[in-house]
Design a protein around this ligand. Structure first.
Ligand SMILES: [Fe+2]
Length: 477
């Protein structure tokens, strides 16, 4: 990011998410070249449409809809930080047991069009919108963490334009909103480097903004995700802090670990105000992603990918393991506790989204190679997909070996309603280091270790990226 770009803006740029698992897609490492310019981090150069797709195995005929994933893909080929590239979607349409088309498309924003430099300032429209996607209120929304969401046409992945809830969205919107499966309400927040540092928001099922509530924080922390239960939301304040000094120096992202910051979770009734937030000190940590959250008796429970620390040296310091951990905030005693649910490293946690806000049994994540603790080792790491039974502690791993690198696995229910919690599929783009190609893979969520039940080789390599969504035809109005 160039200094003038950053100082020109009131929000921040399209922070995404990067963690050890996604630092493992490189084929031949070149030490002088940044990791995000090597291997499967390299951007692709063309937007492609392919309708002649072959299927190895079989796609369930009842799956009709779009799987689409967002990520950074610098249109100039080089960005100052892994998170700094333009947003690019990779989508595949499934219909009646066929893969009808694959498309990759940039999110068409002023930053992509080079009408605005850097991460997007001074207007909220100037975002790369590169982090995630969600379908809500009859719209497919591309989200970039900073700046406005962009609406996307699910029929061809064309960008329809920026969206700001009739002017009610003050600035930024998290890339990790939650939909309440009972009400259809969208619950989200935005954060900023100037006050208010965090703003809580809710929109009804039709996309109409219901509440905009500034939340007091002790400073400008990086807040990538949050938690939602049936009655509460949970905000995380953690030691990765914005620094004006780093912003002025203009190197990487202006965020860094600050030992003086207390890690704490703020629990607020979903329809509450800042005055209702109950803060709990928790053991020092950083969290990008929450797997799920729910209420259990007096406790508000949050299961998350917990790092002991992150970005201690600078914002390229990704080489730390995260482990699935359970935080319990007791609303009666005001005390919090944390326990580790699984010993091995992981990231990109997911669940059956019908269980968002609810007690649940099954989670899914990427497997992280714990040997992958420096940029020198990233091409040697081995990834995979893990299923967790958080009730019994059992796991089921898909470990395809060093050549294959799965991306985030998104759960797709087999039925529109009903069915068991894991009666469905996992969708992932899998990169083959040997052939430098990618494929769409679908797994049976009840037998993850068995490997994909269907594989669709793609005409375009799908670079290391961030988050996706399944948009069933039944949801599209
Ligand atoms: Fe994320």
């Amino acid at each position: 990011m160039k200094r003038r770009d950053f100082l020109g803006y009131t929000g921040l740029g399209a922070l995404g998410v990067a963690t050890s698992p996604i630092l493992s897609g490189c084929s031949e490492e070149q030490p002088s070249v940044k990791f995000w310019q090597q291997g499967n981090f390299r951007p692709v150069s063309e937007e492609v449409t392919e309708t002649n797709l072959k299927i190895e195995g079989s796609l369930p005929p009842e799956l009709n809809g779009l799987y689409v994933r967002n990520g950074t893909n610098s249109s100039s080929g080089i960005s100052d930080h892994f998170f700094g590239g333009d947003g690019m979607m990779h989508g595949i349409r499934l219909e009646g047991g066929q893969a009808k088309w694959y498309r990759n498309r940039y999110i068409d924003t002023p930053v992509y069009r080079k009408e605005s430099g850097g991460f997007g300032a001074p207007k909220p429209e100037n975002t790369t919108s590169a982090v995630s996607l969600i379908y809500h209120g009859g719209e497919l929304m591309s989200l970039g963490e900073f700046g406005y969401p962009y609406l996307v046409d699910p029929d061809d992945l064309s960008t329809k334009g920026a969206f700001n809830y009739d002017g009610k969205l003050a600035g930024s919107m998290t890339a990790h909103p939650r939909i309440d499966p009972a009400t259809g309400e969208l619950i989200f927040f935005g954060y900023n480097v100037v006050q208010p540092y965090l703003t809580y928001m809710r929109a009804d099922a039709s996309g109409k903004m219901l509440q905009v509530e500034p939340i007091e924080m002790t400073g400008p922390s990086m807040v990538h995700d949050f938690a939602v239960t049936e009655n509460y939301v949970v905000f995380m304040e953690m030691p990765v802090r914005f620094s004006w000094l780093l912003a002025i120096s203009g190197s990487g992202l202006p965020f860094k670990w600050d030992n003086d910051v207390t890690t704490r979770f703020g629990v607020m009734p979903r329809t509450g105000t800042n005055a209702d937030v109950k803060w709990f000190d928790v053991p020092t940590c950083f969290i990008f992603h929450i797997m799920n959250s729910f209420e259990q008796g007096e406790n508000v429970v949050v299961d998350a990918a917990r790092y002991d620390h992150l970005w201690v040296e600078d914002s390229n310091d990704f080489f730390h393991p995260a482990r699935l951990s359970r935080f319990s905030m007791n609303m009666k005693t005001g005390k919090a506790s944390v326990e580790r649910l699984h010993e091995h490293a992981m990231e990109f946690p997911q669940v059956n989204r019908d269980y968002w806000t609810k007690d649940y049994r099954y989670g899914y994540s990427l497997v992280v190679d714990e040997k992958n603790d420096s940029p020198k080792l990233i091409q040697k790491s081995e990834g995979g997909i893990r299923k967790y039974d958080v009730k019994t502690g059992e796991v089921d791993n898909y470990l395809p070996g060093p050549a294959l690198e799965p991306a985030e696995a998104v759960y797709i229910p087999a039925r529109e309603s009903g069915g068991a919690e894991d009666e469905g599929y996992l969708a992932s783009y899998v990169y083959d280091k040997n052939t430098d190609t990618s494929a769409f893979c679908l797994f049976d969520a009840t037998k993850v270790s068995a490997g994909p039940i269907a594989k669709v080789p793609l005409p375009v390599r799908v670079p290391v990226g961030f988050h996706g969504v399944w948009v069933p035809d039944s949801a599209v109005s």
